[in-house]
Write a protein of this length. Structure first.
Length: 740
């Protein structure tokens, strides 16, 4: 389970222990950490493990350090366990100062799922840290064999101690090194901006951008005089930088923008002006995504975006056929691009064996963790460009780090310098609003463009309005939106002891007075009846079977139940059992045994032998056979190349899959569903954050249902809780920019 420190919960922090079972009588007072012995501290950590507040791994790490240095201060052992624990919650490090200010957020309190009781009452973090000052905690870490301290002038940590202290941030050394590598890799590319800008033929770039973003069908762009075209500006910004980010919410045109950007870069590379034809060669471009699901989705959309490019309008600068052939349409996973090594964290491509690319584009970059980003930058040749696409407001990676979100923290406000504004106006004809100027803007700011106009959610869309309110942390606005009569929004109360409302939702998509026929909302009946009614006759051709499976997979995408937690009655485990029972009672599935027709499954790990990636969803189908023959089950997966084809896999070959009637919001990233139903638990958990709710909302393409258990909704608290992952990445980039 991952938990992250949140902010914006004034007045709420004190009741995080509200749902924990505490003893009736107060335990006998114990000494705080400053007066604990090492043995007592290890006992406290073991007790936290029993409670489910800490992972076994974290306590074991602290015990290992104690065996290496038996005279370690108790506060060092505590800090080591918490630093390890932070990684499991998505943080890169332990922020000592923040932990002292709010000790309750140092652990998984309350844990995800039922509270585990220890034989001995546990001391909460606030009690253990009572009376401890920041100076005391830092002093306790002064054990050179275990903790290296980063020098204030250069980010160097002498020695090979397992922990690194940088100011008030305590890292496991490996993650400290990842952070340095990412920061240095970005800075190296940002320093090339002036060189790239000087070498860029501005007249050709302006002509190509005007051709790529010309109004279509004789219609002028809406509000063109008053509003800048950020897709056009994003292309120009990226063209003059070796590192760039294009961020924006769902439907803002990130894929369209990057395809036009690639067309611009290839036009400049292949352009006839200023170089002989023999000297021109296309850039080597690779397209990647963190998961197979995200790669498949980009595959589906990028080919169409390439077909819509105005090749004829670019003919004056580049051969249209050569340009079309130079823009890739195949997207693969980052693991495939870097080259996995079985049994190793390292990849085949690294600094010693760099990727043979000139441009690497990574879609859904919010899902890329710190370790993977360090590997990407290590494997890129120094001359290669890196372009990141993603929604900065989505959930960050499950693993440690929130690289995209942290880098884009200032994107909404712009922070462009006057020099950037002048160059962009010359290159695009678009003028950045003066409110987005900042004389002290960082070099990173000049490489980030935020797309601001959604083409998916119209102005009357309740989904779009709700997503914006959640992003702003407007809990009052979110509470009022359900009474505004939006056709694409519904709110449903699902009591734990009454299956009726949940049954109507998951079977037919009905929500109270909303009928499935009127709103076109679908439930799981849609794909299960599609599976049954369109099943070919025995002896059908492979093409007919593939067409049937593709239809079932498409129908399955019409509805998905999403939840925040894995455990508990309102988590994946509890809801999957409940939904399967309800569908069985409706006669839609026959869930006897592990495998049955209609079972939707989620791939949990990359399987390169089968060509399946983490996040892929397949449906178990019973193939048509002649009467009297035993039934044959096969699992149908989308082909993953955007072709609309199907990959058939025998259930016996699928080891790492789980039933997915209910899907966590984390696992849903990179997917869209016509109707998404987001289920919130009956009690608040720190997992419930603004980013999680926003991500769940924006998985819905046409309809969203918010399902809440009976009683007080936890939505308002989730909207106020903003993820703030502990990291030093942006602090380092800002400091280095000021020093330069």
């Amino acid at each position: 389970m991952t938990r992250r420190r949140t902010k914006g919960q004034d007045g709420l922090t004190g009741d995080l222990f509200e749902h924990l079972e505490m003893p009736d009588a107060a335990p006998e007072p114990r000494p705080g950490a400053a007066r604990e012995t090492a043995g007592q501290m290890l006992g406290v950590l073991d007790n936290w493990v029993e409670r489910g507040w800490l992972r076994t791994l974290d306590a074991a790490f602290a015990r290992f350090l104690w065996t290496e240095a038996p005279h370690s201060p108790p506060l060092l052992l505590l800090a080591a366990a918490l630093a390890s624990h932070q990684l499991g919650r998505g943080h890169v490090c332990l922020d000592l100062k923040a932990t002292l200010e709010d000790p309750a957020f140092a652990l998984s309190l309350p844990p995800d799922g039922p509270q585990m009781l220890a034989a001995v009452p546990a001391q909460p973090p606030a009690e253990v840290l009572a009376g401890v000052t920041l100076a005391q905690w830092r002093a306790a870490l002064a054990v050179p064999d275990l903790v290296s301290e980063e020098t204030p002038i250069a980010d160097v940590a002498q020695g090979n101690a397992p922990l690194v202290l940088a100011g008030t941030r305590l890292y496991l050394r490996r993650y400290w090194q990842y952070e340095q590598d990412v920061r240095e890799g970005i800075e190296r590319r940002l320093t090339r901006a002036a060189q790239l800008e000087a070498a860029l033929p501005l007249d050709i770039a302006r002509a190509a951008l005007d051709a790529l973003f010309a109004p279509r069908n004789g219609e002028a762009r809406a509000s063109q005089a008053a509003r800048a075209d950020w897709q056009k500006l994003a292309c120009a910004l990226a063209a003059r930088s070796a590192f760039s980010i294009v961020t924006g919410g769902p439907g803002t045109g990130k894929t369209t923008t990057v395809v036009r950007l690639l067309a611009l870069l290839q036009t400049l590379a292949l352009g006839r002006a200023g170089q002989g034809a023999h000297a021109a060669r296309p850039l080597r471009i690779r397209l990647a995504a963190p998961t197979g699901k995200a790669a498949a989705r980009l595959n589906e959309s990028i080919a169409g975006a390439v077909e819509r490019l105005p090749f004829d309008a670019l003919q004056a600068h580049v051969d249209a056929v050569a340009l079309r052939n130079a823009i890739p349409t195949v997207v693969t996973t980052l693991h495939r691009v870097l080259g996995t090594r079985p049994g190793s964290r390292r990849f085949r491509h690294d600094a010693a064996n760099p990727l043979p690319v000139d441009v690497l584009v990574i879609d859904e970059a919010s899902m890329v963790d710190l370790e993977m980003m360090a590997a990407v930058l290590d494997a890129l040749p120094p001359s290669a460009r890196l372009i990141l696409l993603g929604d900065k407001d989505q959930l960050a990676s499950v693993e440690a780090g929130a690289v995209l979100g942290e880098l884009c923290d200032r994107a909404r406000e712009g922070h462009y310098t006057q020099a950037s504004r002048a160059w962009l106006e010359a290159a695009t004809g678009e003028r950045i609003d003066a409110a987005m100027l900042d004389a002290h803007g960082l070099p990173l700011d000049q490489a980030i463009a935020m797309l601001r106009e959604s083409h998916r959610f119209a102005s009357e869309s309740g989904i779009g309005a709700l997503a914006e309110l959640v992003n702003l942390g407007d809990a009052v606005g979110v509470a009022k939106i359900w009474s505004r009569g939006y056709e694409d929004l519904a709110r449903l109360v699902c009591p734990a002891d009454d299956d009726g409302p949940l049954r109507s939702l998951i079977v037919d998509g009905r929500v109270g007075k909303h009928s499935a026929a009127h709103t076109q909302r679908q439930g799981y009946r849609h794909y299960l009846e599609t599976m049954r009614t369109t099943r070919p006759e025995p002896g059908a051709t492979p093409e007919a079977l593939a067409g049937w499976a593709a239809g079932v997979l498409k129908a399955h995408g019409a509805f998905q139940l999403l939840c925040a937690l894995r455990r508990g009655p309102w988590g994946v485990e509890g809801l999957n059992r409940r939904v399967a029972r309800l569908l069985h009672e409706e006669g839609l599935i026959d869930p006897h045994g592990d495998w049955y027709a209609g079972r939707p499954v989620l791939v949990m790990h990359n399987d390169y032998e089968l060509g399946l990636m983490n996040g892929d969803i397949g449906i178990a189908l019973e193939l048509p056979v002649v009467a009297g023959e035993p039934p044959v089950l096969r699992v149908a997966f989308p082909a993953g190349d955007g072709s609309g084809g199907v990959k058939w896999v025998s259930p016996s070959r699928l080891q790492g899959v789980e039933t997915v009637f209910a899907l966590t919001v984390h696992k849903s990233q990179g997917s869209e569903f016509t109707h998404a139903a987001l289920v919130l638990p009956d009690t608040y958990s720190p997992i419930l954050t603004r980013e999680l709710v926003y991500t769940g909302i924006t998985r819905a393409r046409s309809f969203l249902t918010l399902a809440v258990p009976e009683g007080r909704s936890v939505l308002d608290r989730a909207v106020l809780a903003k993820v703030q992952r502990a990291s030093g990445l942006m602090a380092g980039l800002a400091r280095d920019a000021q020093a330069a």
